[in-house]
Design a protein around this ligand. Sequence first.
Ligand code: SF4
Length: 388
Amino acid sequence: MPLALPDIEDEVLLARYPFLPQGREHMRQVLESNGITVEDLIEAPWLEDVRTRGRLRLLESVMHKDGADIATTVDLSTEVGRMTEVLSFLHAMLVVCASFNERLLARWIEGEATRADQLFGMDSGNFELLARSYFSDIREQRNGRGDDSVFWIPMADFIELCPRISGTYWHLANRPVRGGWVCMSPGAGENSRQRTARLLKERIRENLSESCVERMDKMSEEFAALFADPVERITGLLSERVEAEMPMTAAVREDWPPCFESAISELNQGVNVNHVGRVFLAAFSRAIGMSQEQACSFFDNAPDYSADTTSYQVNQIYERGYTPHGCAALKTGARCPVQPGDDRLCDQEWMTHPLKYLRVKQRSRYREGSRPEEEPEVESDEPKAANS
Ligand code: SF4
């Protein structure tokens, strides 16, 4: 983040992008100048439009796989419109924080960050100012024809953010570098501004996450209870959505080992899963007979999702017939989510591979009386860990 944030006086800009770091002070001013308290935001009849817009915004962020709808129906040229946009964002954020639900938080942040990525990529007039609010610096190399500008950003910002995005474009070795500046040349069908906005999305996500965690730390249970109704509504909808998005297959879901379940659910919540986790997810899906399409669908909500890259990489794993990682490799790769005592099967000394876990579960379901703690007779086909 920049050491000093650039001043933003334009209230339309602060209303369009209420998540900007400069927006916090502006939000406070909007509340003060209109004599609005947080209690008013929850129940004052004249603020019903704000709550409705906040609910809609929250719903879009959480339910839309591609982030919230970027178009707003609110007229930002009027003072009422700007107030509605700013306070509806605040209302949505308070509902998310009051839920103390990590899955809801991750999905809301992902939705808002994706929306920001799309809007920033189109905002040629304000782009430099917006980028300076999140990067330590930025340079624009004009090529004489409007959208042909190429942006350069400091290497420190690039190095910090690029590991969170998949694809060869984001490898430093593939980017032109000059005097400590990295060139964000056009690529993957996007112009330089859109590519830079993609990188900005990572900072927006980080910044929003920090703000929410800070708010949650300070939030008392009494205050959170004021948002009980909207929290209940949105968490109910989220559970239905997650259930509907989770593909089911021949292998019954209750049989899945915790490492497989957690990789799917983290990706589903928009949490970044590391390379070991992603390879394991695809290889395990293949091993239990899922189709490539089903395996690809697990990655739909990944923060750096690209349909082409996902289907190429999943296809490689299916074609080369990788066997999934064993427990030791998953533990080393920080992809085993259980602690001693969490899961009786995982606690067994012979539990060395997630496929063993699946087989034991299947066997105990089909053979009445068999104890799940018994080691399965699968030593002869002990799978070899994937080498990628
Ligand atoms: S112990 Fe093995 S099977 Fe169980 S969650 Fe960890 S890696 Fe998966």
